[in-house]
Design a protein around this ligand. Sequence first.
Ligand code: 4AD
Ligand code: MG
Length: 469
Amino acid sequence: MVKKYSVKELLNKEKLFINKKVLVEGWIRSFRYSIFITLNDGSTVKNLQIILSNKLEKKIIKKITIGSSIRVIGIVKKSIGTKQCIELQSLDIIIYESINTEILQKSILQPKKHSLEKLREQAHLRFRTNIFSCIMRIRHHIAFCIHKYFHEHGFFYLHTPIITTSNCEGTGKMFQITTMDFKSKTIDYKKDFFKCKTYLSVSGQLEAETASLGLGRVYTFGPVFRAENSNTSRHLSEFWMIEPEIAFYHLEENINLAEDFLKFIIKYIVENSMEDLVFLNQYLEKYNRKKDNFLLEKLELILKFPFKKISYTEAVKILDQEEKEKNIKFLHPIIWGMDLQSEHEQYLVDKYFKIPVIIFDYPCNIKAFYMRMNDDGKTVRAMDILFPEIGEIIGGSQREERYDILLQRMKDTNTDQNKLWWYLDTRRFGSVPHSGFGLGFDRLVQFITGMNNIRDVIPFPRTPNHAEF
Ligand code: 4AD
Ligand code: MG
């Protein structure tokens, strides 16, 4: 039996395989002069060159088309060409399925430039393109090193529920779930599956808090759902969020953890996904007119300097001053107490500091009920991390651990205490200061891969009007 290898295995240890008989399988990327096949199997962005035997029958050669899936047994040889170090001299070839040229012409496998929007329309073939497979491999490595980071820092992976009865963030709409049919006009939720109104969760935070107050350090990593009608390049209706929650932790420790965590991930990707990053870098230079080495320099910049840390009040002061002194006109007014808009965030990160910015101590009236009230009675111990190009990547806070103040905040924000009795209980049995944050996974993948649109970094994007595939 001839042993099967992936293209990556063969190309990574080229020298070991010279003159050995191997089996590889994959899809044809190109076929030239009826003799050279470039084969890709998804394991790497690189292709393996196959040299067909000149004894191959014409009827087989006819079936060899771009996109066809094949199995090849051959001998690995040192390549004479300059593009690759090794090639495979084929002894035996099986074509699993060849693609009819008419169908091929309508597909994104056709070797020419296709827009990323076009790729989204052919969900299954998208995975076979260089650009998307690079992004998906990087996405995997990011997820992997997130688990690695937490595991090595004493965190336990917690699975929080997807079905919930409450909106933890208090803002935005949720997707309702039900097994009832809505033919009748009066809906009695007591007759529904859970005997109450239920939704898809916007965050696992409240459950993560309850677990952290026993386990110490936990994190979630799962899908969350938001039914906001925000059709932007940074919003998905279903996205993945990582939410660490740490008992006995103050805001400063939370901020430091978040910065260390982001830097760890980016360093890991630079060290482990260089091949794919280099491909994306070239893609961005060619098609997005980005300057040379744009992507790699952008990632290095994150690692190089400490993030800038300023309070919300300081941020407002800077923006106000810039508007007055430099004659910059923002579309939205800068008034203390109002939420910062993306234009303000972008100005601070891309123009003013030119590095990631952490803003803390936001006004309480623009943040969720669970954030810890400061002594000034006006601001809460919130923190947002803003990144170049994409803006908010992390949102977090120290939590309100004092029962009475939390109860009052729930009343002030119209948060239903009856539904959250179990959450309130966490403040009645040895409550402690604790903190946590939420990292938007897809936004991070978007940042690392340099894509303009978040829909191009998730396998099956869910956005308003789009739930196909
Ligand atoms: O700031 P958010 O809403 O925070 C929370 O949900 C807290 N419960 C987190 C916590 O403290 N445990 O969301 C966190 C992050 C944002 O910073 C952003 O990166 C991302 O989630 N995010 C989205 N990503 C894609 N599409 C959307 N619609 C997103 N909304 C938020
Ligand atoms: Mg936020």
